[in-house]
Ligand binder design. Sequence first.
Ligand code: FAD
Length: 314
Amino acid sequence: MRRGAAGGIAVRAVKTVQAAMAAKAANTANGEGGEGRHGAGGADGAGRLHDVVIVGCGPAGLAAGLAAMEHGLDYLLIEQEPTLGGAVFHYPRHKVAMTAPVELALVGTMRFTDVRKERLLEFWQDVVARTRLQIRFGECLLELARAGDGFVVTTSRGTHRARCVLLAMGRRGTPRKLEVPGEDGPQVVYRLVDPSQYDGQEVLVVGGGDSALEAAIALAERPGTTVTLSYRGDAFARVRARNRDTLAALEAAGRVAVWLASHVTAIEPGRVHLHRTAGAHVLANDAVIVCAGGQLPVGLLQRAGVAFDMHHGQ
Ligand SMILES: Cc1cc2nc3c(=O)[nH]c(=O)nc-3n(C[C@H](O)[C@H](O)[C@H](O)COP(=O)(O)OP(=O)(O)OC[C@H]3O[C@@H](n4cnc5c(N)ncnc54)[C@H](O)[C@@H]3O)c2cc1C
């Protein structure tokens, strides 16, 4: 575990907000805009120039949003998921997060050292409620382009203009979707967090990598859970041997059904449609867990002028 990682990130984010403040001060001196505003969650439109657009509401984005508020910046904080917390939200249930004390703007010193994920999320939700930090959930950054001294930020919900953009997007990327009808249903998730929540249910896991196999294995070991693993490939080519062997043993024992060369065509409440070489199938279903990897925003960032050094196998 990277001790104090959340604290270090918060500090870096605050420094970037300070850069936004400097940009704002310079523009104010030039006679452009300049009136500070706390919060920015309502209708936006490409006409309004924000001091800063913050992308992501994990620990870094949250800290940056609070710092922006404290300094009276006109900020816009967007988060692609329906909830805050970033990677912390997706930790396994009851995982203890280790962190060093950290200073949060508008809040003071956060004195947690070892804290359960649930408690940490509860603390952040309370901070958001108390400070009225505005977060635009379900809004995903799609494109970023320079425009004069600032940026045009294109998201899944529209276009924004900003003097500065703070990318607090983490390193997990955006989960790859199946792009099938019904995928936006509440029974569809992109990570297995707590296998026990599916006890007694009909679950479809989609994917052919280690995370898909590990999800299917964890679920197959739960009481009364019916598990099907669907993968479009003919074989699990790039997975750990131990996962492949464990899955094969569970399949032989009738604990998991493995559907190779299959793909999901539609999801409905109570059932899921798949296509397999032999034709169309409908499975009873309570939950779909898609483990199809993540799309890293490399192209988006490169188009925005961010340079990457690629290190392979180091
Ligand atoms: C299993 C695990 C255990 C860990 N344990 C610890 C620990 O004990 N202590 C510790 O200090 N650290 C720990 N870490 C690391 C810590 O969780 C991360 O360092 C921290 O969450 C990074 O924060 P972040 O805000 O930079 O990114 P993230 O937490 O990844 O948040 C990024 C946010 O940006 C959003 N986002 C991404 N792309 C877009 C987009 N295009 N548009 C809009 N929003 C977007 C994401 O949805 C996400 O909410 C752990 C990590 C993992 C995976």
